[in-house]
Write a protein that binds this ligand. Structure first.
Ligand code: XLS
Ligand code: NI
Ligand code: NI
Length: 446
């Protein structure tokens, strides 16, 4: 089915058509140089591997405001003063943009799609109206929902947290929102449902019962899981780690912390991780590290693709254009067998100074090309006999003799002691990091 480019009554991006692949030699800023949706790499097409999604919040709801000044962009879909009418214009613009970018997926928060009403019931109605419209647009364009989520961090009532709020009345409000967002996600055939613990944390230890808050969070997640399953949602629940911002400390600090939490509370059968590049770096890790920790646990669900700024200590949510970073990420994802229900969601925003309408397209093109290159490079590295031999070789001592017995669980600590004495001082083994790094560069640029 071909995707119609102009969906609603108004065309919001006139003069820009469907973005095409033109190849590495193209000088056209509005064309893909590397992302060729139908190109096969490692047995699947690029589209199937990368499963790109565009996020609703940064791209259609934000206008460039920062703590020091208001937005810098006045989008044509944000002009109607009536909130529901504006939501409909925004949806038309969004689906036109998704179609022109040629992505298979999008992601949303409840409040991105529909404005909050004056009561729980009115908010639910607003959301249902917009979900009906989204369903129709999805059918017309063939664009699917990677995940839905609830924004339980922006409204002032959530200033002390949502599921971890010390006030039960606020916890219940969060419950109402998550219930409606699960309904919306299920209605739209979403493949995952995300929980980002925006304010699930604290600012001061001395007014906070952290143990109670974490127990409440686990209880809340279990309730959400049960409700989702009861309405037929069979997708994956995802927790998105982030160590701080907006709170000083957030409970879902990084991949390993979340894995431990999910296992501790018996949630690890239904929940996986949505790893975001900029959140990993805020936690003092690399993007690839958090991906690796998630895959080691069998819990990599999906990815929020963006990047931070090495000199800025906050969530700058820039578009991912660092080829090295994207390659290292794809190396982990590909080695894990690739995405199942997850994908690469551009949780990224253009800079406040990028005020041309085409900047939205250019930004997404850059991100898609960077990950397409990353995929190609990662495949080369994964199949490179030198790199394979180098890594495997370092663990060769576990393949035979006492090393093999150790792996099989046949040795005691006393056996280790006796072997150490018999064997004497180990011979130093080079880690060969420079060689590995050189080899990776050589493979990228060959
Ligand atoms: C914010 C988060 C947010 C989640 C969805 O830092 O990345 O955008 O992805 O609530
Ligand atoms: Ni995110
Ligand atoms: Ni973020």
């Amino acid at each position: 089915m071909s995707r119609s480019v102009h969906i609603g009554e108004q065309e919001y991006f006139p003069g820009i058509g469907r973005i095409r692949y033109e190849g590495a030699e193209s000088d056209n800023p509005l064309a893909f140089k590397a992302y060729d949706a139908t190109r096969e790499v490692a047995g699947k097409t690029m589209e199937e591997h990368l499963r790109f999604a565009i996020c609703y919040w940064h791209t259609f709801c934000a206008s460039g405001g920062d703590p020091f000044g208001p937005g810098t962009r006045v989008y044509p879909w944000a002009k109607n003063a009536e909130p529901m009418a504006a939501a409909m214009d925004r949806m038309d613009a969004a689906f036109e943009f998704f179609s022109k970018m040629g992505v298979p997926y999008f992601c949303f928060h409840d409040r991105d799609l529909a404005p909050e009403g004056n009561s729980v019931g009115e908010s639910e109605e607003n959301l249902q109206t917009m979900v009906a419209m989204a369903k129709e647009r999805m059918r017309a364009t063939n664009i699917r929902l990677l995940w839905g989520t609830a924004n339980v961090f922006s409204h002032p009532r959530y200033m002390n947290g949502a599921a971890t709020n010390p006030d039960f009345d606020v916890v219940a409000q969060a419950g109402a929102q998550v219930k409606a967002a699960l309904d919306a996600t299920q209605e739209l055939g979403g493949e995952n449902y995300v929980f980002w613990g925006g304010r699930e944390g604290y600012a001061s230890l001395f007014n906070t019962d952290t143990q109670r808050e974490q127990e409440n969070l686990a209880r809340f997640l279990g309730m959400a899981r049960d409700y989702g399953r009861s309405i037929g949602f069979s997708g994956t629940y995802l927790i998105e780690p982030k160590p701080m911002e907006p709170m000083k400390h957030q409970y879902d600090a990084d991949a390993q912390t979340v894995i431990g939490f999910l296992r501790h509370y018996g949630l690890d059968k239904d929940f996986k991780l949505n790893v975001e590049a900029n959140h990993a770096t805020l936690a003092g890790h690399s993007f690839a590290h958090d991906l690796q920790m998630a895959t080691d646990a069998g819990m990599l669900g999906s990815v929020d693709a963006n990047r931070g700024d090495p000199q800025n200590g906050w969530d700058t949510d820039q578009f991912p254009t660092d080829t090295n970073d994207c390659t290292q990420a794809m190396l982990v994802i590909l080695a894990d067998g690739g995405f199942t229900s997850g994908g690469l969601n551009f949780d990224a925003k253009i800079r406040r100074e990028s005020v041309d309408i085409e900047d939205m397209f250019i930004a997404h093109i850059g991100g898609m090309d960077a990950f397409a290159r990353g995929l190609v490079f990662a495949e080369r590295m994964l199949n490179d006999s030198q790199l394979i031999a180098l890594r495997q070789g370092r663990y060769g001592s576990f393949g035979s003799g006492e090393g093999e017995n150790f792996v099989a669980g046949k040795l005691t600590l006393g056996d280790l002691r006796d072997y150490a004495e018999r064997n004497g001082e180990p011979q130093a083994q080079s880690g060969k990091q420079e060689l590995v790094e050189n080899r990776m560069n050589d493979l990228m640029f060959r």
